[in-house]
Design a protein around this ligand. Structure first.
Ligand SMILES: Cc1cc2nc3c(=O)[nH]c(=O)nc-3n(C[C@H](O)[C@H](O)[C@H](O)COP(=O)(O)OP(=O)(O)OC[C@H]3O[C@@H](n4cnc5c(N)ncnc54)[C@H](O)[C@@H]3O)c2cc1C
Length: 400
C-alpha cells in the first residue's frame, strides 16, 4: 500500500497577512495540517482602528478582531514566537525549544516600531503597533491634557487627529522639513501639514527632539533649540522596521525585509527557496511593474499579497507574478484620505478637483506624460477610477 503524505503548512505571523494566507491556502486546496504561529496572545485583529476608533473611544479594542472565513480550520499557536528557521531540515524553531516541520511555509511576521533611544516606552511614553499598545495609550489619554506626537507619519498624524478629537491639545514634532514626502510628495505633504494646523493641531517641522523632561512621567519634550513643548503624554511614531531578527541565521536573504522574487518566493543566495514565501509588511519583493524591489506597509497590500503568496505556494510557476498598483487610506479629522500608485521626487502634481480648504479634493501625479498616482480626500469613487487609469498606463493629465 502506498501512503501519500499530505503536505504540512506553517504560517508564521498570526495577524492580517498570516490569516489571509492561511485562508487562501485552504481555499486553494491545501488539505494537510496547517499551523499558524503568532507571537501575540490575541486572535488576529485589525490594526487600522487602533489609531482611530479605539483612541477616540468609538469602539472597544476587542471589536477590532478580524473576521475569519466560515469553516476555516487550522491549529493556532498564539503567544508563541518563532525563533529560527532551518531551511535544510525544513523546520521552524519555536521559543521554548520545540520545532515545527513544514513542506509549505509563509513568512508573515510584519513590522515593529522603530525605537527612539531618548524616548523609551514607559509611563506616559507610548509606541503604537498592537492592541495592547492602543489600550494603554487610550487609557493614558483619558487623564491627559497635552499630547506631543514625535513623527508626522501616518500613525503620528492619525494619533494627533484622534487626540485632538478627544479635546486634547496636540503638538506634532517632525524632524524633516515636510511630512510624508516619500509617500505623497513634498507639495501634498506641506498642504497636509497646513490642513492639520487649520484643524488646531500644532505641527512643527524641521525640529530636532533632544529629550523627554519630567521625573516618572513626561512633563515636556525638549527640542534642540532649548524650547520645551509641554506634554503629559508622548507618542512616538517614527516608522517601523520589518520583523526579521528570527531569520538572521537562517540563510534567507534579508535586506529591508525578506527578499522575494516576483511570485513572492523567499530567496536564499539570490535563488527562490522551494516551498517558502513571504507576504505583508515583512516582504520586500521584485515588483514586476516597477522593475525594482518594494516593501509596502499598508493593509490592502498585506491582505492581497498574502493571497498571492498562498497561490504561489500551491501553483508554483503557474501562479501570476504579483504586481499591484499600491493603495492605502488614512482617516484624519473625520475624513478619509486615499492614495493610489507610487510617487517619486520630481513628479508633477496637479489638483484636478477641489482643494484642502474644502477638505475634499483629488490630486493627480504625473511622470514623463503618464499618470502614476492620485491622492484624494472624500472622493473614493474618483480615486478608484484613477486607479484603473493608472493600471491602463493612461496619460497625464488624466482624461476621464
Ligand atoms: C495603528 C496602525 C494603524 C494603521 N492604519 C492603517 C490604515 O489606515 N491604512 C492602511 O492601509 N494601513 C494601515 N496600517 C498598516 C497595516 O495595519 C499593516 O500594513 C498590516 O497590519 C500589515 O499586516 P502584516 O500581517 O503583514 O503584519 P502585522 O500586522 O505586523 O502582523 C505580524 C504579526 O506577526 C507576529 N510576529 C512577529 N514576529 C513573530 C515571530 N517571530 N513569531 C511569531 N509571530 C511573530 C506579530 O506579533 C504580529 O502579530 C496601520 C497600522 C497600524 C499599526
Amino acid at each position: 500500500m502506498v501512503v501519500v503524505m499530505q503536505p504540512r503548512a506553517v504560517v508564521v505571523g498570526g495577524s492580517l497577512a498570516g490569516l489571509r494566507a492561511a485562508e487562501a491556502l485552504r481555499r486553494g486546496g491545501h488539505d494537510g495540517p496547517l499551523t499558524v504561529v503568532g507571537a501575540e496572545r490575541h486572535r488576529p485583529y485589525d490594526r487600522p482602528p487602533l489609531s482611530k476608533q479605539v483612541l477616540t473611544g468609538k469602539i472597544e479594542p476587542g471589536q477590532a478582531e478580524l473576521h475569519i472565513e466560515a469553516g476555516f480550520e487550522a491549529e493556532w499557536l498564539l503567544g508563541v514566537t518563532a525563533t529560527g528557521l532551518d531551511l535544510v531540515g525544513r523546520r521552524v524553531k519555536l521559543g521554548g525549544g520545540d520545532d515545527l516541520p513544514y513542506d509549505r511555509l509563509v513568512i508573515a511576521t510584519g513590522a515593529h516600531p522603530r525605537l527612539l533611544p531618548m524616548a523609551p516606552a514607559g509611563p506616559g511614553v507610548h509606541y503604537l503597533r498592537t492592541i495592547d499598545d492602543a489600550t494603554s495609550l487610550r487609557d493614558d489619554l483619558a487623564g491627559a491634557q497635552r499630547v506631543v506626537v514625535i513623527g508626522a507619519g501616518f500613525i503620528g498624524l492619525e494619533v494627533a487627529a484622534s487626540a485632538h478629537q478627544r479635546g486634547l491639545e496636540v503638538s506634532v514634532l517632525e524632524a524633516l522639513p515636510v511630512p510624508l514626502e516619500r509617500a505623497i510628495g513634498a507639495e501634498m505633504g506641506e498642504a497636509l501639514a497646513r490642513w492639520h494646523r487649520a484643524h488646531g493641531v500644532d505641527v512643527r517641522v524641521g525640529v530636532g527632539v533632544e529629550a523627554i523632561e519630567g521625573s516618572g512621567r513626561p512633563e515636556g519634550v525638549r527640542l534642540s533649540d532649548g524650547t520645551v513643548v509641554p506634554a503629559d503624554v508622548v507618542v512616538v511614531g517614527v516608522g517601523v522596521s520589518p520583523t526579521t531578527a528570527w531569520l538572521e541565521k537562517s540563510g534567507v536573504d534579508l535586506d529591508n525585509g525578506v527578499l522575494c522574487d516576483q511570485r513572492l518566493s523567499a530567496l536564499s543566495g539570490g535563488r527562490p527557496i522551494p516551498g517558502v514565501v513571504a507576504a505583508g509588511d515583512v516582504a520586500c519583493w521584485a515588483h514586476p511593474g516597477y522593475g525594482k524591489r518594494v516593501r509596502v506597509e499598508h493593509w490592502t497590500n498585506a491582505a492581497e499579497q498574502a493571497e498571492a503568496a498562498a497561490h504561489s505556494l500551491i501553483q508554483g510557476d503557474a501562479s501570476t507574478p504579483y504586481g499591484p498598483t499600491p493603495y492605502f487610506w488614512s482617516d484624519q479629522h473625520g475624513v478619509k484620505l486615499q492614495f493610489v500608485g507610487q510617487t517619486n521626487p520630481g513628479d508633477e502634481v496637479m489638483m484636478i478637483e477641489g482643494g484642502f480648504d474644502d477638505s475634499r479634493f483629488v490630486a493627480a501625479y504625473g511622470r514623463r506624460g503618464r499618470l502614476v498616482a492620485a491622492l484624494g480626500m472624500r472622493r473614493p469613487a474618483r480615486i478608484m477610477a484613477l486607479q484603473k487609469l493608472i493600471d491602463e498606463g493612461a496619460p497625464f493629465p488624466p482624461v476621464e
